[in-house]
Design a protein around this ligand. Structure first.
Ligand code: ADP
Length: 163
């Protein structure tokens, strides 16, 4: 059984995430979407909501598990879950510069490999931050997020933070 982990905060999940996770599910027998919490970060949506949005939008794809990652080391989490790889989407050379040292360190820590998938051209500019900013300023982001996430964005204004 080849298992991979797609980690992220998913605040909220968007179509760029979905696309990379779906491709990871084609490459591995099982993909764990590990929803992280960084206590230094302020989230729009609480952990349970971020998990719920991800579960709902990924429910049609088989072989995907969505669960909290906790706030420990990613490499250790992968070891405990029996995952041989971390899958990350790459949007730019900036993503690569940021991700490469972590990928090397994670491999040195527990032997876990990192697989980089190039972002789909249509979603290469997408981040959860940009989705929230555009939505808060009245822009239409329906092309970039699942319908259930659109509804959540409409309910939650910029001032509301979750954990
Ligand atoms: P960010 O890294 O922007 O704070 P997340 O933590 O939610 O957002 O993202 C989790 C992972 O999803 C990222 O590390 C990256 O691998 C991938 N990802 C994010 N946005 C995209 C995108 N537009 N296309 C492909 N992959 C993406």
């Amino acid at each position: 059984m080849r298992r991979a982990v797609c980690p992220g905060s998913f605040d909220p999940i968007h179509n760029g995430h979905l696309e990379v996770i779906a491709r990871a599910a084609n490459l591995f027998d099982e993909v764990i979407v590990a929803v992280s919490t960084n206590y230094a970060k302020k989230y729009r949506f609480g952990l349970e909501e971020r998990i719920e949005m991800a579960r709902r939008t990924l429910s049609a794809i088989s072989g995907i598990i969505v669960e909290p990652m906790g706030d420990g080391l990613l490499a250790e989490y992968c070891r405990q879950r029996g995952a041989s790889a971390i899958v990350k989407g790459l949007r730019s050379s900036g993503d690569f510069d940021y991700e490469l040292p972590m990928a090397i360190m994670n491999r040195q820590l527990t032997g876990v490999e990192t697989v980089f998938l190039p972002a789909e051209a249509h979603y290469v500019h997408l981040s959860s931050t940009l989705v929230k900013e555009v939505h808060d300023l009245g822009g239409d982001v329906s092309e970039f997020v699942p319908r259930s996430v659109m509804a959540r964005l409409a309910e939650r204004s910029a001032g509301d933070a979750g954990r």
